[in-house]
Design a protein around this ligand. Structure first.
Ligand code: HEM
Length: 147
């Protein structure tokens, strides 16, 4: 039980950081799309965005998986719930969005890539928030669980 709770603690703390990080990185992309032509602004945004991605987004994402899968290792019955399967697919989508946002920022930093418009990036900003709402709903209400 103690180990399960440890994984749960790790999971929740790391999920918070991952969510903050991915929203931050996308926010930096929006600001760069709007204002990245000014070299001093560009430098600060790229630097802060990359640091945010490498420190508060990717390692917490990996540790959120460790915590989540650790809970499943301790209580394997969790993986039988329908809610868990749906949650896992949505979580993979969230991880993919995280990777895409990071890749866009890295390519932009190298000067290889022009960003999509600020408007479409603002739309991209909504997707992790909506996924988060559904994921937390699934984790809390656990629908589609066999009695
Ligand atoms: C990284 C892959 C993930 C895995 C493998 C995973 C797995 C799990 C597992 C096994 C539980 C315990 C469920 C139970 O109480 O029986 C859990 C709880 C939870 N997860 Fe995740 N999860 C992942 C990502 C996420 C993400 C991205 C979020 C939020 C955006 C999230 C939010 C939560 C919350 C809020 C709980 C606590 C639910 C409760 O105690 O009632 N998880 N997760």
């Amino acid at each position: 039980m103690m180990l399960y709770l440890f994984f749960k603690w790790l999971h929740l703390v790391m999920v918070i950081s991952w969510m903050a990080g991915v929203l931050y990185v996308i926010r930096m992309l929006v600001l760069l799309a709007d204002d990245g032509k000014k070299p001093d602004v560009r430098e600060v945004l790229v630097k802060s965005g990359l640091r945010g991605y490498k420190i508060v987004t990717v390692p917490p994402m990996v540790l959120a998986f460790v915590g989540g899968l650790g809970m499943v290792a301790v209580v394997p019955a969790i993986a039988k719930g329908g809610w868990f399967h749906i949650k896992f697919v949505l979580v993979l989508a969230l991880a993919a969005i995280t990777g895409i946002a990071g890749k866009k920022l890295k390519r932009y930093a190298k000067g290889e890539h022009t960003l999509p418009s600020g408007k479409s990036l603002r739309l991209l900003n909504e997707v992790p928030a909506i996924l988060m709402l559904i994921i937390v709903y699934l984790a809390v209400f656990k629908p589609f669980t066999a009695p």
